[in-house]
Design a protein around this ligand. Sequence first.
Ligand code: HEM
Length: 512
Amino acid sequence: MIVDNVPLPVAGVFLLCSILLVVFQPRRQSIPYAPGPPSFPLIGNIFSVNLAQGAWKVFTRMKDQYGDIIFLHGLGTNVLVLNSQKAVNDLLEKNGTNYSHRPVFTVAGELMGLDQSLALIPYGKEWREHRKLANIALSSGSVQKYRAIQEDLAALLNRDILKDPDDFFMHVRLAAARVVMSVTYGFPAHGIVEKYIIHAEKTMKIVTTATVPGAYLCDLIPFMKHLPKWLPFMQEAIHGKNMIDTLVDRPFEHIKSQLASGTAADSLAKDLFAIVGGNTESEHRIKWILGTMYGAGGEATYATVLTFIMAMALNPEKQMKAQQELDLVIGTERLPTIADVPNLPYVKAVIKETMRWNPAFPLGLARRSGEDDVYEGYFIPKGTIVMPNIWAIVSESNPKYPPQEFIPERFLDPLVPTIDPSVYAFGFGRRYCPGRYLAENSVSIMISTMLAAFTISPPANHKLEPNFSENMISYPKPFDCRIAPRSEKWARLVLQRTEQQEMRTGILAGTQ
Ligand code: HEM
């Protein structure tokens, strides 16, 4: 929790106010809250888990003691953790009317302006308008027209890795961002776009830190937003707002001028303008939908592909099995395409296992309850922050196969079926990830082409340990591995593939 940048006396006054609020708030009825860690007078048990750092593992361990739902409370904030697929289904899927709100983030939402983005907009009329457009533009049918771009950009990723394998983190990051940028705005992969991507990365660091429930004391004590602007957390909010405004505005102005001059390529932007036209209200909406796609879409794709690279370096025999399947089904004369993936059951199992082994959003994206509710005999007050613990769902997914091990075969076992990650990795119910189909195509083409062209091995001089960051989006922490073409022939094929597409489309040539 970011409390260290608020002067102590100020924090003290607001802490006192919130304690008084808690003490004098109306008493609830006698239905008990769900179990949770020991509670202290006034501050409750809200500080017993650090919500901003790896809380999913702590909650999963607590499941043995407290069960499928865990309640934390304190300083006027209530948090309910859902530790099983059943609890998630019962609340987030079946009772979507009550559980499709997002937490109120005073700093990220109100002060930085993110409450205009589809991911944070309060559940209601405006969210439905945004969501309707996003669903049309990103439906499984609509995203088919981006397949060729996704394949081209996966080929470009392979070329970058071939030329400079040690910098694979950067190449994957750039590839994931390029896909979202090309699909969202139709911009080519080089030139000014790289500046947009660098800016987006810096902005997303701010966003993912600020949108963890309780990240700022001000989120727990909202009237702190009236404090002077010179306070460090207010300065952070002002800086965040400037960064977010630039992220949303700059590419939008760029695409608008391309649309006006008739030079815009196929993109979500073009589709959305065609659907709703361009009055001021709809322009504002389109601007924020596009900005959200572009912000939300890259990070999780990047995290998933890096997790795959780490899994391959740790599991050479699984990698070999996938390569044998590719050689048998596709041959050794070309890279796979998105259309090939359904014919590659083991490669598909590797992709699913990657999303299960370390899900990009281990604690989902938090929700908020709109009304008081009772579940399994426990009281859930209105305004409770609800966290689906995807990590716990993953752990319960198949007792026959240890959850911490990378075993794609778990998805091919007809006798003891494992839950498909599409059931949890992209969220739940009405706020389910609208970018799922696009993301699945990106992830599967990047993974299958890398499997076809390269062998990924652990570093020669030290043991590789699987370590992941513990933020809202979980990535592998920086690690070394060796990535080499499977043969000279594969190296040539990778180069030829990008040369052909550069000649064919010019999309990679950087013509702005
Ligand atoms: C592997 C890649 C991805 C993963 C694992 C992923 C996962 C998720 C998850 C877990 C949520 C929260 C849903 C909930 O509250 O239940 C979400 C929301 C969202 N995702 Fe994705 N996502 C990915 C890629 C994308 C892409 C490519 C886009 C856009 C092009 C996108 C756009 C969004 C948006 C706009 C939301 C907010 C939806 C709302 O609040 O109504 N995501 N995603």
